[in-house]
Design a protein around this ligand. Structure first.
Ligand SMILES: *[C@@H]1O[C@H](CO)[C@@H](O)[C@H](O)[C@H]1NC(C)=O
Ligand SMILES: *[C@@H]1O[C@H](CO)[C@@H](O)[C@H](O)[C@H]1NC(C)=O
Length: 193
C-alpha cells in the first residue's frame, strides 16, 4: 500500500514538470491559416520538411469575397519562392528572404500549460495538449500547441512587430508523418517557362 501511494506521488510530481518535446521534422497535413497582416483566410494541404527547410502548399485563399487558388513552394534552403496561380497558370519566381518558420517547440520555449482538448470525462473525445510561448531568433513571438506525448503540432500563432508585419494563426489537421513523395519539392513545370 505504501509503495502504491509513493508511486502515485511520483507520477503526480513528474506530471507537473513542464517538458518540451521534439515535433516531427517531416510531415504532410492540412492547415488553415488566418493572416491578420495580409487579411486573408486560407485552407491548404501542406508538406513540411524542417530538415531541408522547405514547404509546399496547395492553397485556397479567401480575401474578402474573392477566392483564389495557389500552389506555393518555399525553398528556404536555396532562398527561392515559386508561386503558381492555379486559375490563371501565372507563376512568380522570387527570392525568399523571410526566415523558415519552425513548427514545433523551440529549445528555449517557455511552457505555459497542459490541458485536455475536448471533453476530458468522455472516453475517446479528448486529447492532451501542451502550449508553449517564446520568441524566435529574429524576435518574432510565437505561441505553439502540440499533442502530448508525441508532440504533433496543433496550432501556431506568430506575430512579428517589425517592418515585416508578420502576423498569422495556423491550425494543423490530419497530420501524416514523413514525406511520401519527395517530388513535392520540385517546382511546378509552369514555373520553368
Ligand atoms: C505575380 O506578381 C504580380 C505582380 O506583382 C501579381 O500581380 C500577381 O498576382 C502575382 N501572381 C502570383 C501567382 O502570385
Ligand atoms: C510594437 O512596437 C511598437 C513600437 O516599437 C510598440 O509601441 C508596441 O507596444 C509593440 N507592440 C507589441 C505587441 O509588442
Amino acid at each position: 500500500m505504501r509503495v502504491l501511494i509513493c508511486l502515485a506521488f511520483i507520477v503526480v510530481c513528474s506530471a507537473q514538470v513542464p517538458q518540451r518535446c521534439d515535433s516531427p521534422k517531416q510531415w504532410v497535413g492540412r492547415r488553415i491559416r488566418a493572416d491578420r497582416a495580409n487579411q486573408y483566410f486560407e485552407r491548404a494541404s501542406h508538406s513540411y520538411d524542417e530538415v531541408n527547410r522547405r514547404t509546399r502548399s496547395i492553397e485556397e485563399r479567401e480575401v474578402g469575397k474573392e477566392r483564389d487558388y495557389y500552389d506555393t513552394l518555399h525553398l528556404h534552403n536555396v532562398g527561392m519562392e515559386y508561386r503558381l496561380n492555379l486559375r490563371t497558370k501565372q507563376c512568380n519566381v522570387t527570392k525568399l528572404t523571410r526566415p523558415f518558420r519552425y513548427i514545433g517547440v523551440p529549445d528555449n520555449a517557455h511552457f505555459l500549460f497542459e490541458a485536455e482538448i475536448g471533453a476530458a470525462q468522455v472516453p475517446d473525445e479528448h486529447l492532451t495538449a501542451k502550449t508553449f510561448d517564446g520568441k524566435f531568433e529574429d524576435g518574432a513571438s510565437y505561441v505553439v500547441t502540440v499533442t502530448s506525448p508525441d508532440c504533433i503540432p496543433i496550432a501556431l500563432d506568430v506575430h512579428h512587430n517589425d517592418s515585416s508585419n508578420e502576423w498569422f494563426h495556423e491550425r494543423y489537421f490530419d497530420v501524416k508523418l514523413g514525406i511520401d513523395d519527395p517530388a513535392v519539392f520540385i517546382p511546378p513545370s509552369e514555373c520553368n517557362q
